[in-house]
Design a binder for this molecule. Structure first.
Ligand code: BGC
Length: 861
């Protein structure tokens, strides 16, 4: 495809005719909601006619074939009518699946930029990267709310705030779709944890859904006109997303007027008739349920109507026609798979997102001339950690690690000392000295029954398993029994590795007591515990391992914590002028399919403590989807820089920020909690005890299966993140919206009308001045409070923000509008958005807890 073809496709997408009779109902509801949003316009009559003509050529069997994906990442083609197979790829941080690609600072990093213009740019780049790879459908963005710091996929999503998510997702989607690529907003909906994601029901009241969990989806549909939506794995109020009438039919396709394709997440369909009748258009990655075997009889019996199938096919056909996929190949040789311009955008995202959390004594920025020797230590220092694990992970061409980025910036005259500083898990397993070895009992049963094969081994290492593992008796359950003698008093790390990615499970019992995986460590990989042992104490350890598939992928080891940190790490830290400890999570410890620990991965607390003890100029960089336990070392280090997952240029951006070539400007998109216990959702994160229900669903072969459904009650309701902190008057470690700069800003002259009619747009005006001596960017945040509300509301809510870039001494006037939704809440009795007239307060500042300006506003009839 040449440029002009691409241009034609892009202009075709924006040429939809305005709201007409077909969607009048949806438009009327949107207006009644006081929403600034508008339902998307339907396609032109020409597209409608063409789609109907194509539909008429399809047999019922061909239609049904179109309801399921093929080859994991494609839709079904129908060559007879010229319908191509649409190629897909994930998503928010890079176009993965089809070889190496640019890995951007996406997801939570994008949210930390607080920059809608950058979101548009990132969307456009991902669109171009998609076209270069022949990709028609990009399986992103993910917009689920970061309800808890341990949710495994927070890093892929955006923030804890619905307004910020909506403000970023709209330009992102517009950017992707402007390139002739379909964007897919996901995971619809309430998929806020990885814990038991196929079976868990998120039980949420409608007000909480409408105010917190749905606005980003709503904006994606009504404002960005997203052309695909992906249903999530979980259940919502007891009904799986893929067969949820309320979410799919009433809201998405009804009230919001969604006209695109509603697909399932991969293997998130659980029943044929339920899915077919409740809005699912496309079952991915294959038609396990929505196939001829299940649907033809259902159609015959009247359980499913052919009009429901036609509606699904029409959505696919209209979308394909709208994008011109019938006329042109998607592959565009005018774009690059290895793109030099992309690198600049990847760097821009990283620079805009890195968030400086602590900078005591103005240690930063460092003067490159004053650093003769720098120690860069830690598991995340090298190689580069670009993204978290799972389906978003993108193999970058040449990712820049912190070591490389800093060394490049400093040049040949500075000494760079690098060490990982900690052993690998397999080193811990191999180096553990078990008293008298480990007795292994390997059972061919799955429950430690029957006569085991037994042996004794010296260590248990998942990388090089030992023991009775061959022949017909491949073990299905293995018990390891051993003793460990603690030579010195102190903290010991007990490390066990059973891969949750593979579905393996294990229990560890010490001196007869089961070591509970603490709730906040769910899915932690590998699990670890700290034991306080006396000098000379011997402990008795039993590990019970249940591999999901036969075999042995288990490791077990114990290490004295002070011995974990390598000698060279201590030596390097002491010898250097300055130390950068690169700590945090990686794709192995944070990712899709499991939640992660609130604690840093094992050994890292000790590493930071050791570095700080050796050198007072110790800076910590943290990688992760926000929020980790810093209590053991925070007071001992002068500076902390949060990197989130900065993409392939991360190391270059870290260097620029540490050495003042770039003034940090990222702002926390998620409250940074002190501890898991303090986080607002922690009491309600796991399913209610004894609250399981049973769900009967019909399998593809017609048999009925009963699922145990655990229920997570979102009893924290609206009290998510800063809403909780500001309403309770308590304080997190670092608040939502917070981030330091090398300069300072002043807010002044806030002007808001004293009164305004409820439902009207309210103008907000103020000034921001850079009162420091270097250029920098500030995010001016506007929060609205409703102290006279009849219904209880969060103390304040973000309703506007602007990023301003200012030279020293420069003042910028900011003008923005607050629409009716900024003052509204969801009235559960009236089932609509409502405004309680009376007093409101509009506040302006640089975080949810720092709003130096505030004025009252009275909303009247
Ligand atoms: C993920 C989706 C992703 C899909 C295809 C699933 O496991 O949940 O987000 O788009 O895989 O890779």
């Amino acid at each position: 495809m040449n440029n002009s073809t691409a241009h034609n496709i892009r202009s075709l997408i924006s040429h939809r005719i305005p709201c007409r009779a077909l969607v009048l109902f949806a438009c009327a509801i949107a207006t009644a909601m006081h929403a600034a949003a508008q339902a998307p316009a339907p396609d032109s009559p020409a597209i409608e006619a063409q789609a109907l003509a194509l539909l008429a050529k399809l047999t019922l069997e061909q239609k049904i074939e179109l309801l399921g994906g093929v080859d994991s990442m494609f839709t079904h083609p129908v060559p007879a009518i010229g319908l191509p197979s649409l190629k897909m790829s994930d998503a928010s941080v890079g176009v993965r699946v089809w070889g190496p690609s640019t890995s951007y600072a996406g997801g939570v990093s994008l949210a930390a930029t607080w920059n809608p213009q950058f979101a548009r740019k990132l969307g456009e780049s991902l669109g171009k990267d998609s076209r270069a790879r022949d990709v028609n459908i990009l399986l992103g963005p993910g917009v689920n709310i970061a309800r808890s710091p341990i949710a495994g996929r927070n890093f892929e999503y955006l923030s804890e705030d619905p307004f910020l998510n909506a403000a970023l997702v709209v330009p992102f989607i517009e950017g992707v779709q402007s390139q002739g690529v379909i964007a897919t907003v996901k995971h619809y909906a309430l998929n806020n944890q990885e814990y038991n994601r196929h079976n868990v029901s998120s039980d949420v009241d409608e007000r909480t859904m409408r105010e917190i969990y749905l606005p980003a989806f709503e904006a994606a549909v009504t404002k960005a006109h997203v052309d695909a939506v992906m249903d999530s794995y979980n259940l919502i109020n007891g009904v799986h997303a893929t067969q949820n009438e309320f979410l799919n039919l009433e809201l998405l396709k009804g009230e919001w007027g969604f006209q695109g394709i509603l697909m399932s997440d991969w293997d998130a369909t659980y029943e044929a008739v339920g899915a077919a009748n409740n809005g699912l258009d496309l079952e991915m990655p294959s038609p396990r349920f929505m196939n001829a075997q299940a649907l033809l009889p259902a159609l015959k019996n009247g359980l499913v109507k052919e009009s429901a199938i036609d509606d699904k096919i029409m959505r696919v056909l209209r979308t394909v026609l709208r994008y011109g996929f019938l006329d042109h190949a998607q592959f565009d040789a005018a774009e690059s798979t290895y793109s030099i311009p992309d690198r600049a955008i990847a760097l821009e995202g990283a620079l805009e997102s890195l968030t400086l959390l602590k900078n005591d004594g103005h240690l930063l920025p460092l003067d490159p001339a004053g650093v003769k020797t720098i120690a860069i230590i830690g598991p995340n220092a090298y190689p580069a950690v670009t993204g978290g694990g799972g389906s978003s992970w993108t193999q970058a061409f040449e990712p820049i690690s912190n070591v490389t980025g800093i060394a490049n910036l400093l040049g040949p005259n500075t000494h760079v000392l690098y060490t990982r500083g900690l052993p690998e898990a397999s080193d811990v397993f191999r180096n553990t000295h078990w008293d008298g070895g480990i007795a292994v009992a390997a059972f061919s049963s799955k429950d430690f029954t029957g006569t085991p094969e037994t042996t004794t081994v010296s260590t248990i290492d998942n990388a090089s398993p030992q023991g009775p593992l061959s022949g017909e008796k491949i073990p299905r359950s293995i018990r390891y029994t051993a003793s460990y003698h603690a030579a010195k008093a102190g903290k010991y790390l007990l490390l066990a590795s059973a891969s949750p990615w593979d579905g393996d499970r294990s229990n560890v019992i010490v001196d007869g007591s089961l070591l509970q995986t603490p709730p906040h460590a769910e899915g932690q990989i590998p699990p670890f515990w700290m034991l306080d042992l006396r000098a000379g104490q011997t402990i008795h350890v039993v590990a019970e391992y249940l591999p999901r598939v036969p075999g042995q992928r288990f490791g077990l080891g114990i290490a004295y914590e002070p011995d974990l940190v390598s000698d060279d790490a201590k030596k390097f830290a002491a010898a250097a002028d300055v130390v950068v400890v690169s700590a945090g999570f990686t794709l192995e410890t944070e990712g899709e399919g499991a939640d992660r620990s609130f604690a840093l991965p094992w050994g890292q607390d000790a590493l930071i403590q050791a570095a700080a003890a050796a050198n007072p100029h110790t800076i910590v960089t943290l990688t992760g989807g926000v929020g980790t336990d810093t209590r053991r070392w925070l007071s001992k280090v002068p500076a902390v820089l949060d990197l989130y997952y900065p993409g392939q240029e991360g190391g270059a951006a870290v260097a620029e920020v540490l050495f003042g070539k770039h003034n940090p400007e990222g702002k926390l998109p998620v409250s940074f909690d002190r501890s898991w216990d303090e986080s607002a959702s922690s009491p309600y994160y796991y399913p209610v005890k004894g609250g399981d229900t049973v769900l009967h669903e019909t399998e593809p072969d017609g048999s009925t299966v009963d699922f145990e459904i655990p229920h997570v009650k979102y009893a924290d309701k609206l009290m998510v993140g800063y809403r909780y902190w500001t309403t309770t008057g308590k304080h997190p470690l670092y608040p939502f919206g917070f981030g330091l700069s090398y300069t300072s800003f002043r807010f002044s002259n806030l002007q808001v009308p004293a009164t305004a009619a409820a439902g009207s747009t309210v103008p907000v005006n103020f000034d921001v001045t850079n009162i420091g001596s270097v250029a920098g960017a500030e995010v001016a945040q506007v929060y609205v409070s409703d102290p006279s509300a009849k219904h209880s509301r969060p103390e304040r809510e973000l309703k506007g923000f602007v990023k301003v870039r200012l030279s020293p001494g420069e003042t910028r006037h900011v003008a923005l509008d607050l629409d009716a939704r900024a003052f509204s809440y969801w009235d559960e009795t009236a089932h609509q958005w409502a405004i309680d007239k009376g007093k409101f307060v509009v506040r302006v500042g640089d975080s949810s807890e720092s709003t130096p300006l505030g004025v009252d506003l009275r909303l009247t009839h």
